[in-house]
Design a protein around this ligand. Structure first.
Ligand SMILES: [Cu+2]
Length: 387
């Protein structure tokens, strides 16, 4: 009983804090058009400029603090349980609607961290042209990119921070092949949610560190692009079976079943309203999610990005991946440098984020195997090339 009272208390506090800071428009209108959420690196300079202008205005209005605070206050209800996908889809749409309130033509892009999964330091999204890189040594303040020298007021007055997991590097993220393995193997919503949340999703939060590895991470706009990627992954899994647009399964934080008729924490909308991205109130599709109805067919080519396209060591931006595979070894010959899988996430951190330590260990095993496979294939191609 006490547990339920606590949960209710948290929701009420959350609503007071968040609603006093920023608006929460209802989502119930039919779509006048369906927009396409794209990989942020495919936006042209003018589009990118417009997007960053809008988020700077949102930051100026204090809305980023509102998102960070609300997310933090109800974190326990929307992580580590099967409200995760539906609730975050609603949260992202909340962000997008407020963006469109400032500029109706701006659409939330996503961050495809799968492109540079083995060397995120070379990812343009983490460069000055986009979201900036690591915070400065010591205080972790972000000094470059669109959020350079941003402050935040939640949970305290500070600069916006990032502190990469290994000091100067984030470590690897998940290759898309491992994500697709999970898409292929997960049969139920609950399985899929647990595997993605405790694997591909968590490692990015931990890798960037600073505010990004906390429950007020939405103070950083990049949170919304990371979660748009997670949302896209859910949409792709949904598109493989029409039933997934109609029903969900699993349990919420109070161990009550999550169904289409369940309500989203804070928002109070039915989970069912979130299930189709192009449904009323949502009105978007992703550029590379193939899809049976109800998705609108996109004209964009499906992402065929190979696992090897990212340059090693951030020095070579050649798109010919095999150029990057050979580096001089001490004997003057050359050898292929293996990709490194992401390293296991610390159980203490996992618990603090309401994640599942056992599932994270299973996902570690999966991603280790996939990266080993990728390395074996690269060696094979490398040796045929040298013959
Ligand atoms: Cu979250």
């Amino acid at each position: 009983m006490l547990k339920y009272i606590c949960i209710i208390a948290v929701v009420i506090i959350g609503e007071v804090v968040a609603k006093s800071v920023f608006p929460t428009p209802r989502l119930d209108t039919a779509c006048s058009k369906i927009v396409v959420r794209r990989d942020v690196t495919t936006l042209g300079p003018a589009e990118l400029d417009r997007f960053f202008r809008v988020v700077r205005e949102m930051h100026r209005r204090g809305w980023m603090d509102g998102f960070g605070s609300m997310h933090d206050h109800i974190s326990h209800q929307v992580h580590g349980n099967d409200q995760f996908f539906a609730w975050h889809r609603r949260f992202l749409r909340h962000f997008e609607v407020l963006m469109q309130d400032i500029d109706p033509d701006v659409v939330l892009p996503y961050w495809n961290w799968g492109t540079f999964w083995q060397n995120p330091l070379a990812d343009p999204v983490l460069s000055a042209a986009y979201f900036g890189s690591n915070g400065r040594p010591g205080d972790g303040c972000v000094l470059d990119g669109a959020e350079a020298r941003w402050g935040r007021n939640y949970p305290s007055r500070n600069c916006l921070t990032r502190k990469f997991r290994y000091g100067t590097s984030t470590g690897s993220f998940w290759p898309m092949r491992a994500v697709r393995d999970v898409m292929n193997s997960a049969k139920t919503h609950a399985q899929f949610r647990s595997r993605i949340e405790n694997g591909a999703h968590g490692i990015v939060h931990l890798g960037l560190g600073g505010d990004f590895e906390t429950m007020w991470a939405p103070v950083d706009v990049l949170f919304f692009l990371h979660h748009a990627m997670i949302d896209k992954i859910w949409a792709e899994w949904q598109s493989r079976d029409l039933q997934r647009f109609r029903s969900v399964d699993g349990y919420d934080a109070a161990r009550q079943p999550v169904m289409a008729s369940s309500l989203l924490p804070f928002y109070g909308d039915e989970v069912s309203t979130t299930l189709a991205t192009n449904g009323p109130g949502y009105c978007y599709v992703y550029d590379d999610v193939p899809g049976p109805a109800p998705f609108v067919k996109s004209t964009h080519k499906r992402d065929e990005m190979p696992e090897f396209a990212a340059p090693l060591n951030g020095t070579d931006t050649s798109s010919d991946s095999f150029v990057n595979m050979r580096v001089a070894n001490s004997k003057g010959g050359s050898s292929i440098v293996d990709f490194t899988p992401p390293q296991p996430m610390d159980p203490k951190w996992l618990k603090s984020m309401h994640y599942d330590v056992k599932e994270a260990a299973r996902m570690q095993h999966l991603v280790d195997n996939v990266v080993a496979q990728i390395n074996a294939e690269r060696r094979e191609v490398g040796s045929t090339k040298s013959k």
